[in-house]
Design a protein around this ligand. Sequence first.
Ligand code: NAI
Length: 257
Amino acid sequence: MKIEGKVVVVTGGASGLGAATASFLVERGAKKVIMVDMNQELGQALEQELGAASKFVKLDVTDETAVQQFFQQLEKDEGQLNGLVNCAGIGPSAKVLGKNGIHALDAFQKVLNINVSGTFNMLRFAADVMSRYELKNGEEDRGVIVNTASVAAFDGQIGQTAYSASKGAVVAMTLPLARELSQHAIRVMTIAPGIMETPMLKALPQNVQDALGAMVPFPPRLAKPIEFAQLVGQIFENGYLNGEVIRLDGAIRMQPR
Ligand code: NAI
């Protein structure tokens, strides 16, 4: 799929990997990139920076009614949807048997709700709009959905039980989604990032960032958000990528702690 002229929604689009992806897609000629996020201040600032090919919408990806209305409005306004990049997520850590007691069930459920149900809630409505896109001459796919997991889906560390469970679910839904949506010419891929240099990590002291970077076999540094965005771009453009999870991690395998 060519990025040029396409309409794409990016969740978590106000910050980190989502913001880098939104900027990249605008730069590559997308007709409209709609960033959705709960962080209105950052989202509006990015919309200002990216200009007319972008739009920010404050939206909670777990809100069933609001998400449904968002896609109805999008179809009215834009008439088409071709891409969804799900980056919205949270990553708190807590031990099952921690210093402050047993892991709270609602804390576990919150991570699953945002990272799994939020991803699914967005993609089910997105797929519906994508399925109505009329293919133009030579076009092969109506839509591309890219979900964001984490290497924690495979080598989760102590304290990441909830986060790993949520990202494992994102990994596991990739193939059945790709299989089902193939009849609509929609591809589904998942990226499992390693340690990315997003605002969360940039807030850490430089020596801690350096130590984290040194754990990566090669290149021995944190990944840049643009490297995530470039992979999203490749997934859009390479029509044979489907139903797979790609680790973007410099060969890191996380240790227990
Ligand atoms: P970030 O915190 O910079 O951005 C995430 C965005 O999601 C925030 O702007 C937040 O407001 C938004 N968000 C959270 N809950 C939401 C909700 N219910 N509805 C709408 N928006 C919501 O994080 P970052 O680093 O860009 O992470 C993006 C994704 O990549 C996450 O899913 C994260 O788990 C995953 N990831 C990040 C890694 C890293 O090292 N930064 C490593 C592996 C995976």
